[in-house]
Every structure is written in structure tokens, then in C-alpha cells.
Design a protein. Structure first.
Length: 463
């Protein structure tokens, strides 16, 4: 119940206006004004309304009580508006979110959080408008960003908005109000710090970064940056210098790292899906306990990289250099699709389930009715010389043409793996599951597999 609404006055009403409004309402709502034969229910309702009126006047006519009530009312309005802004934002209704954020700012212009919320929502709408690339929307986007700069309190958000405004000015042909002269080319030189602010700025920041990448070939050095724990979904980091950077526990979905310098980077416990590392330099990088889903390392240099205990589904290492890399206890190099025998539901069962007890037909009869299809991780043509692949699960992987010189596959799972035309010299397969693997055409100088735990049933290419 809003006491101002009960009295029918604005929250800015003076004490005299509140008193006058109460007198008028009291004459209108007093139960004694009702006819004597009125229905009892109507009379009780009138009495309740009159009590509400008296209580509202009691609060608003007392300066101290009114001050406390005003503070409580503003807090409730603040909470309600922030919730509405979040709801509109989640639904993608950015114009509505801006209107609510403006009300919030007008209500509490000195509240730093409210100012920053208004600025961030304005920035989000500006970015969305800029993506349409029409002259009218670009102009409107610039106005929104200018307003955002006027109200923002956070230095970090201010830097993001400033960067976005500079990018937008370059697209509309202006820089600080100056038109670009004919024949003049304009290059935006952003600092490493500003680039980091974008990359750490959530979805809006990533969009701003990608807009910058579309317009400029220049990339600031990002060597040694800390992006641990960040969600970098959709970021374009191709051809970037990220040497010795930290991506621990980061979410790297649909990120482009192709042709980048990622030497000695740390991706420990990161989650990667649909990520592109093609032709990147990843020497001595760490991917310990990371998870890969449809990640491409084609022709990447992973020499001496540490992929211990990675969980890898449907990824490609074709023609990659994995010389002296460590893949110990890595698993799930094949994601297999099965149909449950009691329903039509598709089940996804990682090949790690079959490291020690893969049946002859590759199925677990307890749960699986029919082997439907599979997607393999591809190591075709990769250089795995000197790599440690101890205890890894590479069931049904494609290693055709790979260099396996001095590679240690002891206790690994290579069930049904394609090892055609591989180079095998001083390679250790002791304790390895090689059942139904195909070594046809392998250039085998020497390899060790004589061990009571080695399985070579129906293996092709082993005499």
C-alpha cells in the first residue's frame, strides 16, 4: 500500500497539501456519510478504507515517520525497478530496459550502482543498434553512449564505454567531432589495458572487441594477460600475441585462436567447445584437466604441451605437432551416440567407459541396444613423436599417417584405432588395448607390445 496514493497526492507534496488532501478524503470516506440502511459488507469496507486513510495521514503528517517511510518506499521502488530491468534485459527488450533504468537514475541520481546500471543498459542498446549499421541507428547509438559517459560512475565501465564510442566514431567517419578528410585512413590504436577491459566486459565487451577486430588489422599485444575464469564466448583472438597468458577455468566457446601465439599459455581446467586453434603456436602450453568438445588443433604446434587428463570429444589434431607432448590419462577421445534398448532416447556415452572392459563388439550389453554412429577425434598426420600417452583412451581414434616415433602408449586404449601408414619406431604399446586396431602399412621398425596385459586380438598388421 502506497500512502501517497491513499491520500491522492504526489510524493513531493508539502505538509499543507497532505493535510488538505486528508480533510477532503475523510469527508468523502467517513462511514457516517453512508445511508443507514446500507449493506453491512459495504459499511465494513468503508470502515477499513477510512482506517487506511487515517494510518496514511498519521505517517505522512509526522516528519520523522514520513522520512523513514520515504526511505523505505524508495528502497522498494529501487528493488522493483532493478528487477524489471533484469527481466527486460534477459528477454532482449533493451529499449524497455533503458526506460526503467532511466526511471531508476531519476529516482536515485547519486546512487553509484543505479548510475552504472543506467550506463550499462544504454551501452548494450547502443551496441545492438550499431550492429544494424544504418546511419540513423549509428547516430542514435552514439547519443546513447555519450549519455552513458555522462552518468557512469565506475572507472572500468567508463573505459568500456569510451572504447565503444571511439569505435563508433570511426564507423561514422568522425573522431572527436572531426570529419575524416578524403583519402585519410583512420586507425584505432587501443591499449592492452583497454583490450582487456573489453575481453573482461562480458557479452557486451566481447561484441565491442569483435567490432574492433572487424575494422582494424592492428591488435595490441596481449602477452602475459590474465583471463582466468572469464567467459570469452565468440571472441575473435586470431593472430593475437597471447604468449604466457592465463586461461585457467575460462569458458572458451566458439573462440577463434587460429594463427595465434599461445606459447606457454595455461588452459588448466578450461572448458573449450567449437574452439579453433588451427595453425597456432602452443608449445609448452598446459591443458591439464581441460575439456574439449569439437575443438580444432589442425596444423597447430603443440610440442611439449601438457594435455594430462583432458576430456576430449570429437576434436581434430590433423597434422598437428604433438612432439614430446603429454597426454597421460587423457580420455573420451571419441564421443559415441547410442540408442537405449528401452526407449528412443539417444544416450551420449564417452569412450572412457570402455578403457578396461570394452567388449568384443564395442557395446555394453547392460544398457545399449544398438551401436548407431560415432564421431572420432582426428590425429591424422599428427607428429606424436616422443609424446607420453600413458593410460589415455584413444578408442577408435584416427591416427593414420601419424609419427609415433618414441611414443609411449603403455596401458592406453587403442581399441579399433586407425594406425594405418603410421611411423612406428621404439614405440611402447605394453599393456595397451590394440584389439581390432589397424596397423596396415605401418612403417614399423621396432615397437614393444609383449606384455601379459597387452590385447592384440584381431589386430591387423601385427604378425
Amino acid at each position: 500500500m502506497n500512502y501517497y496514493e491513499v491520500l491522492g497526492v504526489e510524493s513531493t507534496a508539502t505538509a499543507e497539501e497532505i493535510k488538505e488532501a486528508y480533510r477532503n478524503k475523510a469527508k468523502e470516506l467517513h462511514p457516517d456519510t453512508l445511508p443507514r440502511d446500507v449493506n453491512e459488507t459495504v459499511r465494513k469496507l468503508a470502515e477499513e478504507k477510512f482506517k487506511e486513510l487515517n494510518h496514511a495521514y498519521e505517517i505522512l503528517s509526522d516528519a520523522d515517520k514520513k522520512r523513514e517511510y520515504d526511505a523505505e518506499l524508495i528502497h522498494l521502488q529501487r528493488t522493483d525497478l532493478i528487477k524489471k530491468i533484469g527481466d527486460f534485459f534477459d528477454k532482449g527488450q533493451l529499449s524497455e530496459a533503458v526506460e526503467c533504468a532511466k526511471q531508476l537514475y531519476v529516482l536515485l541520481p547519486e546512487d553509484a550502482e543505479c548510475c552504472d546500471i543506467y550506463a550499462e543498459v544504454l551501452q548494450a542498446l547502443a551496441i545492438a543498434l550499431a550492429e544494424t549499421n544504418t546511419a540513423e541507428n549509428l547516430t542514435q547509438a552514439k547519443e546513447y553512449l555519450t549519455t552513458a559517459l555522462e552518468v557512469v560512475k565506475s572507472a572500468e565501465i567508463k573505459n568500456q564505454i569510451t572504447a565503444n564510442l571511439e569505435l563508433l566514431k570511426s564507423r561514422t567517419g568522425t573522431s572527436g567531432g572531426r570529419e575524416t578528410m578524403e583519402g585519410e585512413t583512420q586507425t584505432i590504436k587501443i591499449t592492452t589495458e583497454r583490450a582487456l577491459q573489453m575481453l573482461r566486459g562480458g557479452e557486451a565487451g566481447i561484441k565491442a572487441w569483435n567490432q574492433f577486430r572487424k575494422m582494424e588489422s592492428y591488435i595490441p599485444s596481449l602477452e602475459g594477460v590474465d583471463l582466468s575464469g572469464q567467459n570469452l564466448r565468440n571472441a575473435n583472438l586470431s593472430e593475437a600475441n597471447l604468449k604466457n597468458s592465463n586461461f585457467k577455468q575460462a569458458v572458451l566457446g566458439v573462440v577463434i585462436f587460429s594463427n595465434s601465439n599461445l606459447v606457454e599459455c595455461d588452459f588448466t581446467d578450461a572448458k573449450l567447445y567449437n574452439t579453433n586453434f588451427n595453425n597456432s603456436d602452443l608449445k609448452n602450453s598446459k591443458f591439464i584437466q581441460a575439456s574439449f568438445t569439437e575443438v580444432n588443433f589442425n596444423s597447430a604446434d603443440l610440442e611439449s604441451a601438457d594435455l594430462t587428463s583432458v576430456l576430449c570429444y570429437s576434436s581434430s589434431f590433423a597434422n598437428a605437432n604433438l612432439q614430446n607432448a603429454i597426454l597421460n590419462q587423457s580420455r573420451g577421445f571419441i564421443l559415441t551416440f547410442y540408442k537405449h534398448r528401452y526407449s528412443e532416447d539417444i544416450r551420449f556415452i564417452a569412450a572412457v567407459d570402455y578403457v578396461t572392459n570394452t567388449s568384443e563388439n564395442g557395446r555394453d550389453s547392460r544398457f545399449i541396444d544398438r551401436y548407431q554412429e560415432y564421431i572420432k577425434t582426428d590425429f591424422q598426420g599428427a607428429n606424436l613423436s616422443g609424446a607420453f600417452v600413458i593410460g589415455a583412451n584413444l578408442q577408435e581414434c584416427n591416427l593414420e599417417g601419424a609419427n609415433l616415433t618414441n611414443t609411449n602408449f603403455s596401458n592406453a586404449n587403442l581399441y579399433r584405432a586407425n594406425l594405418k601408414n603410421t611411423t612406428i619406431a621404439n614405440t611402447d604399446f605394453r599393456g595397451t588395448d590394440l584389439r581390432k586396431a589397424d596397423l596396415t602399412g605401418a612403417n614399423a621398425y621396432y615397437f614393444a607390445y609383449h606384455n601379459e596385459n597387452t590385447k592384440i586380438n584381431e589386430t591387423n598388421g601385427i604378425d
